[in-house]
Design a protein around this ligand. Structure first.
Ligand code: FAD
Length: 455
C-alpha cells in the first residue's frame, strides 16, 4: 500500500468534518505549501492542505489530527524566513488565509479585532479610515498575515518607536492541539490577572496553539512625519551614527541602515544610478514635534556623513521606505541566499557591522547587510552560490557566534523555525531549553503542532 492509500481513510474522516472544498491533495498545492520564503525544503511533501473557513473547522482539524497522530503545520502567507511553515512527509498544512475578516475596529478603544488571515497592510489601511494605524510593519506587510506576524512576533521598520508585534497584541483566540478553543488576554491596555499566555503564544511559531483571532492595539496616525537620509563612508560609520541618534535621546520612528552592496542591489532593481561605495541610513520621526526632531537627527547624521538630507515631502518619504523594503528582493535576484537575522545591543551595532565586513573580506563569502538599526537587528544576507560550500557554512556559524559574543541573539524577528534550532541552546542555555520543551509538552502532549520547529 502507498503512503497516499494508507492516509486516505483518515483524510476521508476529516473531509466529513469540514465543508466541501476545504481539503486539497493536488501535487501542486502540496508542493507550494511545503516550503516558505526561506527556500528550506523538508523531506517529502505534506499529505494535504486544509483551508478552513471558520475557527470551528480549525478545531475539528486539530481534534482529527490528535486522533490520527498527524502533524499539523499552521500557515499564513508563507513569507517566513526561518522555515517555520515548511511541511514535510505525512503532515497536513493548515492554511489560515480564508479566515481573513477584519471583524471590528473600535476607535474609542484604539483596537481592532481580526481573523488571522488578514494581510498586515490591509489592517493598517482599514485603521487609517479611523485616523489610526497598525504599527508593526514588517517589510513584507503587503504579503504577510497577522496570524503569521503573531506567530513569529514580527518586527518592522516602525518597531524602534512602537514596539514589535507582541506589544500590539492585547488578546488572542486560539485553538489548542486537542481542539479546545480559548481566549487569552483582554481588551484593556493594562491587566495582570494570570500568566501572560498571550505573550507566550505570540512568537511561538505555531508550536503551542493556532491563532484564530486577535485583539490588536492601534496607534493614532501621526500629525506630521519628517524624513532624513545620509550616506557614510563605511558601515561602521553609519552604524555609529545610528547609535549616536539614539544616545542623544531622540525617538525616531524609523532608523534603518543599508550597506553599500545592498544599496547597489536596490539601485539596480529600480534601474537607478548607483550611489557609489557608500552605506545608507534612513531615519523618520513622527508626531507633533516631528519637524524639530528630524532636524536634530539630521544634525547628528551630518557630523560624520558624506552627505545628508532632510525632507518633509511625504511622496519622497514613501519612496525611501520602498527602497528599504526592496532590500531583500533586490539581493535575492543575485543568487541563492541565506537570510540571517541577528540582533545585538545597540551599543555594539557598529562593532557588529565592522565584524561582518571583516568576515566577508576574510572568507571571500559575499555578505550583504541591512538592519533595523534602531533595534540593533541586523540582516546579514549570505550569497550561498560559492565555490566552497564549507566556507559559506563557516561564515554563517561565525555570524551566530558574533551575535552571541556581543550579548545578542541568533534571531531578532524571523524566528528559529526549522533552520536555527541547532543554535538555540547556545543562546538560552540547557535548563531554559528543557523548561521550554516542558511548556511545549503541556500545550501539546502528543506533539502534533508544528513538530521540529522553534525548539
Ligand atoms: C521580502 C520580505 C521581507 C520581510 N521583512 C520582515 C520584517 O521586516 N520583519 C519581520 O519580522 N519579518 C520579515 N519577513 C519575514 C516574514 O514576512 C514574517 O516572518 C511574517 O511574520 C510571516 O508571516 P506569514 O503570514 O507569511 O507566515 P508564514 O510564513 O506562513 O508562517 C510563519 C510562522 O507562523 C506560523 N503561523 C502562521 N499562521 C499562524 C496562525 N494563525 N497560528 C499559529 N501559527 C501560525 C507558521 O507555522 C510558521 O511557524 C520578511 C519576509 C520577506 C519575504
Amino acid at each position: 500500500m502507498t503512503a497516499q492509500q494508507e492516509t486516505a481513510p483518515a483524510l476521508d474522516a476529516l473531509r466529513g468534518a469540514l465543508g466541501p472544498g476545504a481539503i486539497s491533495t493536488t501535487a501542486d498545492d502540496r508542493r507550494r505549501a511545503s516550503t516558505d520564503r526561506s527556500g528550506h525544503l523538508p523531506d517529502g511533501l505534506p499529505r494535504a492542505v486544509v483551508r478552513p473557513r471558520s475557527a470551528d473547522e480549525v478545531a475539528a482539524t486539530l481534534a482529527w489530527a490528535g486522533t490520527h497522530r498527524v502533524p499539523v503545520v499552521p500557515r499564513g502567507a508563507g513569507t517566513g524566513l526561518a522555515g517555520g511553515a515548511t511541511a514535510g512527509d505525512g503532515s497536513v498544512v493548515l492554511d489560515l488565509t480564508r479566515l481573513n475578516r477584519i471583524l471590528e475596529i473600535r476607535p474609542d478603544d484604539a483596537l481592532a479585532v481580526v481573523e488571522p488571515g488578514v494581510i498586515t497592510a490591509d489592517l493598517d489601511l482599514a485603521a487609517r479610515a479611523h485616523g489610526l494605524r497598525y504599527a508593526p510593519d514588517p517589510a513584507s506587510a503587503d504579503l504577510s498575515t497577522i496570524g503569521g506576524n503573531i506567530a513569529t512576533n514580527a518586527g518592522g521598520l516602525r518597531c524602534v518607536k512602537y514596539g514589535v508585534t507582541r506589544d500590539a497584541v492585547l488578546g488572542l483566540d486560539v485553538v489548542l492541539a486537542d481542539g479546545t478553543r480559548l481566549r487569552t488576554g483582554r481588551e484593556t491596555v493594562k491587566g495582570v490577572a494570570g500568566y501572560d499566555l498571550t505573550s507566550l503564544i505570540t512568537g511561538s511559531e505555531g508550536t503551542l496553539a493556532v491563532v484564530v483571532g486577535a485583539t490588536l492595539r492601534l496607534q493614532p496616525v501621526p500629525a506630521r512625519t519628517g524624513t532624513a537620509t545620509a550616506h557614510f563612508a563605511s558601515p561602521h560609520a553609519a552604524a555609529a551614527a545610528c547609535a549616536a541618534v539614539l544616545d542623544a535621546g531622540l525617538r525616531p520612528s524609523v532608523l534603518e541602515f543599508l550597506d553599500a552592496a545592498t544599496l547597489e542591489a536596490v539601485a539596480r532593481l529600480r534601474g537607478e544610478p548607483l550611489a557609489g561605495d557608500a552605506s545608507f541610513v534612513l531615519a523618520q520621526t513622527d508626531g507633533f514635534a516631528a519637524d524639530a526632531e528630524i532636524e536634530a537627527v539630521g544634525a547628528i547624521l551630518r557630523r560624520t556623513a558624506l552627505r545628508a538630507e532632510v525632507t518633509a515631502d511625504p511622496v519622497a518619504a514613501e519612496d525611501l521606505l520602498r527602497t528599504r523594503r526592496q532590500a531583500l528582493p533586490a539581493i535575492e535576484r543575485l543568487g541563492r541566499v541565506l537570510i540571517e537575522d541577528i540582533a545585538v545591543p545597540r551599543s555594539r551595532l557598529a562593532e557588529a557591522a565592522e565584524a561582518l565586513t571583516a568576515l566577508s573580506a576574510a572568507t571571500g563569502v559575499r555578505i550583504f547587510t541591512f538592519a533595523h538599526a534602531g533595534d540593533g537587528n541586523i540582516h546579514p544576507i549570505v550569497l550561498a552560490d560559492h565555490a566552497d560550500p564549507a566556507a559559506v557554512r563557516a561564515a554563517v556559524g561565525e555570524i551566530f557566534r558574533l551575535a552571541l559574543r556581543l550579548g545578542g541573539t541568533i534571531s531578532g524577528e524571523h524566528g528559529v523555525g526549522a533552520l536555527k534550532r541547532a543554535w538555540l541552546e547556545a543562546e538560552v542555555g540547557a535548563p531554559a531549553l528543557a523548561l521550554q520543551r516542558r511548556v511545549k509538552h503541556a500545550f501539546d502532549p502528543l506533539g502534533v503542532l508544528n513538530p521540529g520547529k522553534a525548539l
